[in-house]
Design a protein around this ligand. Structure first.
Ligand code: PAF
Length: 280
């Protein structure tokens, strides 16, 4: 089976892009920080279905880590990632180094993220979204994809990517894709690699709590639901950072049930910070 082609420089990417344009071929883009799992694979497969070529970027972006231990511990598994992609047709991996992705005078002008950037993850991880916006801006400018694929597990990130795409006038279409879960319900995440067997079991309290909240919709008041959800969560071994029911568009906290809402949880499982959400 053929190995996936890997390019490292902006110039190689430029040449690859030029060839596609010449042949009128479309490009799908899946940005990642590596440590690929089935969640990423589902994005890649969707992109392969919908485009002539797919570019997967693998870059652990230091700018989006507000915690130096988290950055140090983030799994870096490039050779395993490339093995996983063996046999995927019409895929290219872009694995730049920091100097390549952040050249001096890269022309990036920070944008105001408004309230969407300051709630939930924004409140607990200062600077995180600013770092995401910077790297995605630089990637979008180099890649010029027709469509770009992001997971809904990072729901707030997806909202911010839509905002930045509009703000900077990128032409790529943003496609949000459903969260992929283990059969026991644990949302797939590169960070799961750092969980022990027991912690993987403990982490199931997240999805159990989200499902409890969903089951209370229109039956219990929203406040009572949040109280019960927190009570359930605290029977487990994780430390809760936030549990919030918000509007899927504005991410503003809700006072009462509406047709659609999203419940978001962030919590620490041992030394690993996990997030998950359920839209219902
Ligand atoms: O979701 C991720 O893996 C990262 O935040 C992204 C979008 C690749 C930017 O570094």
């Amino acid at each position: 089976m053929s190995k996936v082609k890997v390019i490292h420089t902006a110039e190689e990417l430029h040449q690859f892009r030029k060839k596609l344009v010449k042949n009128s071929q479309t490009l799908g883009f899946v940005p990642t920080m590596g440590a690929l799992h089935n969640g990423h694979i589902s994005l890649i497969e969707k992109s392969i279905q919908e485009n002539d070529y797919t570019l997967i970027s693998i870059f652990v972006n230091p700018k989006q880590f507000n915690n130096s231990v988290d950055l140090k511990e983030y799994p870096r598994t490039l050779s395993a990632d490339l093995s996983l992609l063996t046999g995927f047709q019409n895929c290219v991996v872009f694995a730049p180094d920091e100097a390549e992705l952040y050249p001096q005078n890269d022309g990036f002008i920070p944008m105001d993220l408004g309230s969407i950037g300051s709630v939930l993850e924004g409140a607990f991880r200062p600077g995180h979204f600013e770092g995401v916006v910077h790297v995605v801006h630089n990637l979008f400018r180099l890649v010029e994809a027709n469509q770009s694929y992001f997971g809904q597990k990072d729901f707030q990130q997806l909202a911010i990517i839509r905002l930045l795409t509009k703000h900077f006038g990128f032409q790529t279409r943003i496609i949000g894709c459903p969260t992929v879960r283990e059969t026991n319900g644990l949302a797939m995440s590169s960070r799961n690699m750092r969980l022990s067997k027991k912690e993987r079991q403990d982490a199931l309290i997240i999805i159990e709590t989200l499902r409890l909240v969903e089951s209370c919709k229109d039956k219990e008041s929203l406040n009572d639901t949040i109280d019960s959800a927190k009570r359930l969560f605290h029977t487990g071994n994780l430390t809760l950072e936030y549990l919030a029911l918000v509007d899927p568009e504005t991410l503003c906290e809700l006072q009462e049930w509406q047709e659609n809402q999203i419940c978001c949880i962030a919590a620490h499982c041992g030394s690993v910070r996990l997030i998950d959400n359920l839209l219902f």
